[in-house]
Write a protein that binds this ligand. Sequence first.
Ligand code: ATP
Length: 598
Amino acid sequence: MAGRRAVLDFSRLVSFYERLESTTKRLEMRDILVELFRECEPDEAGKIAYLTLGELYPAHVGIELGMAEKLAIRALRLVTGVDEQRIEEMLRKTGDLGLVAEQLLSSRRAQTTLSLEELTVERVYSQLEKIARFSGEGAMEMKVKALSGLLAQASPKEAKYLIRLVTGKMRLGVADMTIIDALASMSGGGKEEIERAYNLCSDIGLVASKVKAEGVKGASSIGMRLGVPVRPMLAERLTSAEEILEKLGNNGYAEYKYDGERMQIHKFDSEIIIFSRRQENITSQFPDVVEMCRRGIKARTAIVECEAVAYDPDTGDMLPFQELMHRRRKYDIEKAAQLYPVSLFFFDALYIDGEPLIDLPLLERRERLARILEVSDNFMLTEGVVVSDPETLDKFMLRAVEAGCEGVMVKDISPKSIYRAGARGWLWIKYKRSYVSKLTDTLDLVVVGAFYGKGKRSGRIGTLLMAAYDDEADVFKTVCKVGTGFKDEDLEHLTRTLTPMAMSQKPARVESIMEPDIWVRPEMVLEIVGDEITLSPIHTCGWGVLAKDAGLAVRFPRFTGRYREDKSPEDATTVKEIIEMYKSQLKTIVGGEESEPT
Ligand code: ATP
């Protein structure tokens, strides 16, 4: 292809788009794409792959089309002379500014006799790049001008797709996998190699141009690259320990399944890039993670994966996933990092110091990972254990839930347990907590112990050990630790009132497996809300009633701010009520994520 210029006309591409739009059948789409790719040059194939998906670049580049409709309307006014109000009215009727552009340009064409130079794919792509990249002062004007320049040269049909492209509404119904199928079909096979290349580079344009230029061989030459996200390995799901172990040949590696955000971290020298599960570059939102990785990853170059989990800086407890949403912002990033710090739990290594690791078995990758991590309180490997029987797996599951996790991941550890990028398969199986029920009511629980705080709360009480009342045995049985929902005044008040009530030994009427920093006579009642009730290996409420060697716990408990001074400890929520709540709410969970215990 050396020396040959890419010359596919945009009108030709548009004729393929019209055909694609007229079918919903995947196989037909694939065949149309095969024809299209046959007609173009390698360089064009890449651009066409992006445009067909309504994109200009792979997600990690972070530059998107998506011009505001208002601006596109201004460009249409410039080209057609029709005023903006009229265009908006037409838009309201059709709901598709592309169609409006087609209509407007059809009537304009009828009136003009201009002979225009044909638009090429090359020119359209480079103009769209400019439009997407203009930023700063005067950017809006420049975008409008560049778009009107293109529209002035376009036929009505071309205008339809140009408008859909710039406004981010291409929606041809073509998926990245359809393009991969088409590329494989064009090359007479090699789908696996092409898919693997795509999973390693997350760049459909690169794959398309390589396959067009060199066939499947071109795809095989694409490998992992630092700074380019690898599409993540995904898990299948099962609902019982027996099924999971059977699937894994009675041998697997169970890990806590942390409830946070997946991060793929690329380190080269002191540079750190963080990619999200969807291959977006999210580095700027997590300056704290960058710093932690710069210090904690001892390799010179690495691609590793972890789950980032929000935690309460005052108690050290893990917080639900929703708390991480506070970190997705454009402003006050440093402040958010302090208010909502994260812990990192690493679970895989794909590449270390020049060596790709994805074809090694899991435990070997994990060992390599362990060697390069400088572990600290909030920077560590996932908690994990080899399991070969359902009882051990279920026990581990309870521990995971107790620690604030949503379940466990059980992974294949046979010699074939590679890192399969971009694929969902049985090498990883998620096992989410199933013995849970949604908690809608508040609970009134009795303080039976307290823990001193960490960080700015050190020296003061930060977390309370709470119990429900067992009215048959006349004792208090623990059901959760609560450290969330307290204002500074609350903690001062609690420290002042509870310290005199402190006892050196566990009070006679308290049953607890946990040992708090101080024991407290059961007197004070607080109102608590939680997300749900789960089985727990460390709380004594309902011990042995629903499962052998387990009690019940409130998951993600929070203080509502209400001191139930009107209640005596014997008026607190009873163990029986919590068991009933658990059972009755369990029945209301139909289908979905959760399932009933078997
Ligand atoms: P999926 O990622 O499977 O499409 P999803 O986004 O809904 O589904 P989950 O079903 O919650 O996520 O489970 C998979 C996710 O769990 C992983 O993508 C990862 O972010 C997270 N995770 C937490 N702990 C681990 C672990 N120990 N090993 C692998 N992944 C983990």
